[in-house]
Design a protein around this ligand. Structure first.
Ligand SMILES: Cc1ncc(COP(=O)(O)O)c(C=O)c1O
Length: 437
């Protein structure tokens, strides 16, 4: 089977709505590399959209899952309490942000973690209002898409959306309309948020704020520390909760277990998934015990959530990150990426912004006017990287950002290979652009 023949069969059998960015069919993957059905090898800096942080088919993860499925595959936690679910909840409590005692509820995906976090927040506060942000992505299920900030392709056509969802402005400093910088910009965004709450919703109606500390699908935009600190203080002041969506930014991606760890903040509820179980479907809500315990027995549940194979994969993944020092490695990789692409930016002004946290780095491209998003250029760079044996993905509300999601377990040679391939693709795309008249 070739990539092309699989693509032809797919056209007749698979829903058109299920898009594949790259026209390749993977047949094998190990560490930082993926091979396709034509036998071509790619350096993978998508890692399955932030899922294989520890690299593909890490032997510890493979062995843990094989051992578990040989013992038993499934009974459902609602039927009987398998130990790996409990052990994982204990481990998550030790790595979750903040000192408060924690409880965990396991599900199958990021969207489900978000849905359940909202359910928990509503029961715990007795309020309904949920404040989400522009440039947000929280998933594809009904509540999750209602919380998501981008209409096309996530929301348009799927109305009616969930009620009691309000939208505040995400602190996207590169494109901020206030023309302010630093803490003054954060203050302006916080002021807008408070104005929305107090004039439009009513402070006593807000159950929770839900925010990605680094907006992923929105364009790899880190929220400034001052904004996050202000959000924590304000949520406490009005008796609302803070749901921290770490589905993409968590599990070591940013150089700490969670992006909010960079600021020493404790959210009330954390949603995680993606790299939690290295490719096995698993999501979790980890929250302050008193918030989680507000929800009564049987009010949450899932047939597959916390499946034993997924729990085994998650426990092995946490071991690998701890024992191989991958949080520190993620910081080293992130620092190298930022340094190298900032140096490139000085020579290529159409690379308008280089930003990120740890090994979650976004490259935002603009046209010659220095401001207008340039998604076409990004498409060319992505295609050129693929032709040269490297997978990267576009992202961003305007499709003009390249997101770098390298494995955080990667050699210096692999890091250098990726940077060199990207630099060459960016130079080629810029050279190919028509010269302005
Ligand atoms: C921040 C964030 N939240 C939620 C989700 C939804 O996760 P899933 O696709 O596992 O439902 C995603 C997926 O990209 C995400 O990036």
């Amino acid at each position: 089977m070739s990539n092309r023949s699989i693509a032809e069969r797919r056209r007749m059998a698979v829903a058109r709505a299920a898009l594949s960015v790259h026209p390749i069919s993977p047949t094998r993957a190990a560490g930082a590399y993926v091979w396709d059905a034509d036998g071509k090898r790619y350096l993978d800096w998508t890692v399955g959209i932030a899922v294989m942080n520890v690299g593909h088919s890490h032997p510890r993860v493979v062995e843990a899952v094989q051992r578990q499925v040989a013992e038993f595959q499934h009974l459902c936690f609602a039927v009987g309490m398998h130990e790996s679910y409990v052990t994982l909840a204990e481990r998550l409590a030790t790595i979750a942000p903040g000192p408060s005692p924690k409880r965990t509820f396991l599900v199958n995906s990021g969207a489900e973690a978000v849905e359940n976090a909202v359910k928990i927040a509503r029961v715990a506060t007795g309020r309904q209002g949920i404040v989400a942000f522009t440039h947000a992505f929280h998933g594809r299920t009904h509540m999750a898409l209602s919380l998501t900030g981008k209409a096309d392709p996530y929301k348009a056509g799927f109305a009616p959306r969930a009620a009691e969802v309000y939208r505040a402005h995400y602190p996207y400093l590169y494109r901020n309309p206030f023309g302010l910088h630093g803490d003054a910009a954060s203050d302006a965004y916080l002021h807008q948020l408070q104005d929305l709450v107090e004039t439009t919703i009513g402070a006593g109606e807000v159950a929770a704020f839900i925010l990605e500390p680094v907006a992923g699908e929105g364009g790899f935009i880190p929220a400034p520390a001052a904004f996050l600190r202000g959000l924590r203080v304000y949520a406490d002041r009005i008796g609302a909760l803070w749901i921290d969506d770490e589905v993409q930014a968590g599990m070591g991606r940013t150089g700490r277990w969670w992006a909010v760890d960079h600021y020493g903040l404790e959210p009330d509820l954390v949603a995680t998934a993606k790299s939690l179980a290295s490719g096995f479907p698993l999501g979790a809500v980890v929250g302050r015990a008193e918030v989680m315990d507000a929800v009564g027995p049987g009010m949450l549940g899932s047939t597959f959530g916390g499946n034993p194979a997924a729990c085994a994969a998650a426990l092995a993944t946490i071991d690998v990150i701890e024992e191989e020092g991958l949080l520190a490695r993620s910081q080293v990789i992130g620092a190298a990426l930022s340094r190298r692409f900032r140096a490139l930016q000085a020579r290529a002004p159409r690379l308008g912004d280089v930003r990120g946290l740890g090994a979650m780095v976004g490259l935002e491209f603009v046209t010659d006017d220095g401001h207008t998003p340039d998604p076409t250029l990004v498409q060319q760079i992505v295609a050129d990287c693929r032709a040269n044996g490297m997978l990267v993905l576009p992202t961003g509300t305007y499709g003009n950002v390249i997101r770098l999601l390298p494995p955080i377990r990667m050699s210096d040679d692999e890091l250098e290979e990726g940077i060199a391939t990207l630099e060459a693709a960016i130079s080629t795309a810029l050279a190919r652009e028509p010269v302005p008249a």
